[in-house]
Design a protein. Structure first.
Ligand code: UDP
Length: 393
């Protein structure tokens, strides 16, 4: 018996968003896929489960946000989304501040009431750092943060959080990471700048079930390790869509890429409302976790006498741990370039996708966008995603 007796067109390695969308779209075009997933469940890090009627995100808070209407319409084919808007509170040594950095934060920090007052405060604080930079662009996360928001917010809300999150000095991290967070001179605590935002009612897992579990042209094997049979898979499948770590695929031939890992501690608490908000960040250096999520607040459920919280601890990655974040600094990007070049040479046979396959700090919407673009490429530019619902609702 061989691994491809059923004459699959594609082997998809990994049942996260990139691989699942690829298999789903391939099936719409009559192509047969086998998806192998090394974990015991589908959905990658978007996987959620329900406990005490509460949807728990097993791998950290996943809040869907995008400006891309096609992506927003696409994902809503598979689930209804609620109107959740992320509003994060930061706890710095017992004092609370609104995030992202906005007029509420500035008021809490300095008592400033107008944008002009807040700007004056930030400008005075960043003057020294800007002078030291002599007009050049920020070279690292610390320089970027101080030039955006001044020294005090950097010290209280960014430095400690960032250094424990990434396990290295803010001066050794790329500037782009902090550009993810908006800075606003209006009173607006919405964590994201995007137009479309929400969480699927009932969780994310249904999205993957609807995409890949009930399709005659898609078979899914969980607890299946690609590397246990890599050579056979490569020999027997006409094309492979690989969403694991690209360095592992090439047997680390250009060196090992670095990742950051996470550990989650879930706790059921006898309380109707534990912390009063979906996410509270702990921005000091000493608290070992970066944030605490209280899942019922993502669904707006607050009247039960049980709640579930999750503490998120950053941890050093090694080959025995899950890779959550690529560390996109210069050293790693240099190594990645060699892998990307090698990948291009094999592109007729292997597609690399997703956060780990492309070594990019992708958000969910960016992965979906990349998957749809690759589907267009694979099946012709006219690929039409046939949205099954009224996009105006
Ligand atoms: N960050 C911070 N303080 C916070 C929240 C975020 O300094 O309270 C910085 C930190 O460097 C982090 C980056 O902003 O890595 C991006 O945060 P985001 O919440 O977007 O990250 P994710 O949810 O992907 O972990």
């Amino acid at each position: 018996m061989t691994l491809n007796d059923k004459k699959y067109d594609y082997l998809v390695v990994g049942a996260g968003p990139y691989g699942s969308i690829f298999a789903y779209e391939a099936a719409k075009r009559g192509k047969r896929s086998l998806i192998i997933e090394k974990r015991p469940h589908i959905g990658g890090n978007m996987y959620t489960h329900t406990e005490h009627g509460i949807t728990v995100h097993d791998f950290g808070a996943h809040i869907f946000h995008t400006d891309n209407k096609e992506v927003w319409d696409y994902i809503r084919q598979f689930a209804d989304f609620n109107g959740y808007q992320n509003q994060v509170v930061a706890n710095y040594k017992g004092t609370l501040y609104n995030l992202p950095f906005n007029m509420n934060t500035f008021y809490e920090m300095w008592g400033t009431k107008t944008p002009a007052e807040a700007k004056a405060k930030i400008d005075a604080q960043k003057a020294d750092a800007m002078a030291a930079m002599g007009g050049r662009a920020p070279r690292n996360l610390e320089e970027q943060a101080i030039s955006l928001i001044g020294t005090e917010i950097y010290e209280k809300l960014i430095k400690g959080y960032t250094e424990k999150q990434w396990g290295r000095q803010a001066t050794e991290l790329p500037a782009f990471i902090i550009k993810r967070l908006p800075v606003r001179f209006i009173y607006d605590n919405n964590y994201f700048n995007h137009r479309y935002q929400g969480i699927p009612v009932g969780g994310y897992t249904q999205i993957f079930e609807n995409m890949i579990m009930h399709n005659d042209l898609i078979d899914v094997q969980v607890n299946a390790d690609f590397f246990a049979h890599k050579d056979e898979y490569l020999a027997e499948f006409p094309k492979i869509v690989y969403t694991g770590m690209i360095d592992q695929f090439f047997d680390y031939k250009f060196g090992e890429l670095e990742y950051r890992s996470l550990r989650f501690e879930h706790e059921v608490v006898a309380s109707d409302n534990y912390q009063g908000n979906a996410v509270i960040n702990y921005t000091d250096a000493e608290t070992p976790y970066t944030r605490v999520m209280e899942w019922k607040h993502f669904d707006g459920l607050a009247d039960d006498d049980v709640t579930i919280i999750t503490r998120e601890y950053p941890q050093t990655w090694d080959r025995t741990k899950e890779a959550y974040y690529p560390v996109n600094d210069e050293k790693n990007m240099q190594i990645y370039k060699s892998y990307a070049k090698e990948a291009r040479e094999h592109q007729d046979k292997i597609l690399f996708g997703g956060r780990l396959g492309q070594y990019r700090y992708f958000d969910m919407d960016q992965v979906i966008n990349a998957a749809l673009n690759d589907v267009r490429q694979e099946f012709g530019v006219s690929a039409d995603f046939n949205f099954a619902h009224d996009t105006e609702k």
